[in-house]
Design a protein around this ligand. Structure first.
Ligand code: ADP
Length: 437
């Protein structure tokens, strides 16, 4: 059995310093500087390569080149199996072979977390001849160095068969250790990038499945719901007063469900970018009044004070050319939220005006407000500030993403200003005419 040799401490150099001439020392230093320069360049390349396969290829090539060895291979630790797996190496056929931590040379390096030098591999019982057999390679000597990031060992780099008579030197150990340190960081970065990409792909697939489910569900629910609504309103006028009250509850619940389905369908159109604009010219002021009328019962029930303020003082100035149905949805969503998130006796101010080529609509309330870090998030699908299980308010978090989609399809902009506990103000800027933008 050949004895494995731990690398001597850095700085200690083979041979006696006294015997070396100054010239030899200088030549030696020059070679080391050249190596370090090469490693520094390699480090830049490694840091800019984020794909694992090309990265490993560069590392193994540079490893062989700098240590003047016939081959270089990288083995990465696999947590699931607790083994080391050969990654692509300069001798291609070894890829994929797995070696155990116990009773293997790579395993020894991994466990010791130190460079290990095996001068005669064949005489070492820990040497795994399977690798040579599979890859058609003749291993003689091995220098193994751990791939380490801080205190974690992620694998092993093996330099195989030193070219020439003299075998591995202290300098080889130093170079391999430096390269391994750079390589470990680059490999870990590449793996993190790959994991993140994979997670993104999985999320995208989940999102696609969710959208598909929402599409099918909303489509399938629409028809039976229309039947329920139709029959319930037909029966309401033909039954006793008590029964009619019960039917009213059925109708209200079915209408809520229909609004929800409409929201899901609208969101689908927003996401698919296939919203079509049916342009007409209408008064924004009239539209706001219409929406407020729709919500009057709720406003009264919560004893809210609502004021509509026209900045320009001229109704004609708030005429707009837009898709009325979509603008109605925008205003209705914002007013409905203002009512929902403002407690009894609160105040809602709707301001309208014209600024240049834009109509602005501002809906301010004295409600619960939204903390600053949530201002962007509330426009995301299904986002709600309150946690679902402890929520005091109804809704599914689709109103604002739909509203934003409807505003943007008109080439407008929606913003929010809000102070938690004080109130919120949503501002919508819409072009007066679609032709002008
Ligand atoms: P929903 O109202 O169905 O929950 P939205 O997309 O309309 O969904 O709103 C998302 C979230 O933004 C709401 O759940 C709420 O937390 C917050 N929000 C929206 N408007 C207001 C408002 N006027 N005041 C306070 N919070 C609001």
């Amino acid at each position: 059995m050949s004895k494995d040799v731990d690398a001597p401490d850095q700085g200690e150099r083979p041979g006696s310093d006294l015997e070396e001439t100054n010239e030899k020392k200088i030549a030696d230093l020059e070679t080391r500087v050249a190596y370090l320069e090469r490693i520094s360049k390699v480090s830049q390349i490694l840091n800019s390569t984020l794909e694992l396969s090309p990265l490993l290829e560069i590392i193994t090539q540079v490893g062989s080149e700098l240590t003047k060895t016939e081959a270089c291979s990288i083995l990465l630790y696999e947590e699931e199996s607790g083994e080391l797996r050969f990654m692509p190496a300069t001798f291609a056929k070894g890829e994929g072979i797995v070696v155990p931590i116990e009773n293997s040379i790579a395993g020894l390096v991994f466990k010791k977390v130190k460079p290990v030098l095996i001068r005669d591999a064949k005489a070492d019982p820990r040497w795994n001849r399977q690798v040579d057999q599979v890859s058609d390679f003749d291993t003689r000597s091995i220098l193994g160095v751990p791939l380490k990031i801080k205190n974690q060992v992620i694998g092993v780099m093996e330099l195989v068969n030193k070219i020439g008579e003299n075998g591995f030197t202290q300098q080889d150990i130093q170079i391999a250790t430096t390269l391994a340190a750079q390589a470990a960081v680059a490999i870990e970065n590449a793996r993190l990038v790959k994991d993140t990409q994979q997670a993104y792909e999985e999320l995208a697939e989940l999102d696609r499945l969710k959208t598909e489910f929402v599409n099918i569900a909303s489509h399938e629910l629409r028809t039976p719901l229309a039947v329920i609504l139709g029959y319930a309103s037909f029966l309401r006028d033909r039954v006793s007063k008590e029964e009619s009250e019960q039917l009213e509850i059925v109708l209200l619940s079915a209408m809520k469900l229909r609004n929800l389905i409409d929201d899901m369908m609208n969101l689908r159109h927003v996401k698919n970018n296939d919203l079509q604009l049916q342009l007409t010219i209408f008064s924004m002021l009239e539209l706001v009044k219409e929406v407020l009328l729709e919500f009057q019962t709720l406003i009264i029930a919560k004893s809210l004070r609502v004021k509509v303020q026209l900045h320009e003082g001229d109704d004609d100035l708030v005429n707009i050319e837009a898709d009325r149905q979509k603008i109605y949805l925008i205003v209705a969503n914002l007013i409905s939220n203002a009512i929902k998130f403002t407690s009894e006796g609160g105040f809602i101010l709707v301001s309208l005006g014209r600024r240049g080529g834009y109509i602005y609509l501002q809906i301010a309330d004295t409600g619960i407000g939204i903390s600053k870090e949530k201002h962007e998030k509330i426009f995301e699908d299904f986002y709600q500030v309150e946690r679902t299980l402890t929520r005091r308010f109804q809704g599914i978090g689709l109103g604002l993403p739909i509203t934003k989609g409807m505003v943007e399809v008109h080439k407008g902009k929606i913003t929010v200003e809000s102070v938690e506990g004080r109130g919120s103000q949503f501002t919508v800027m819409l072009p007066v005419s679609q032709e002008l933008v």
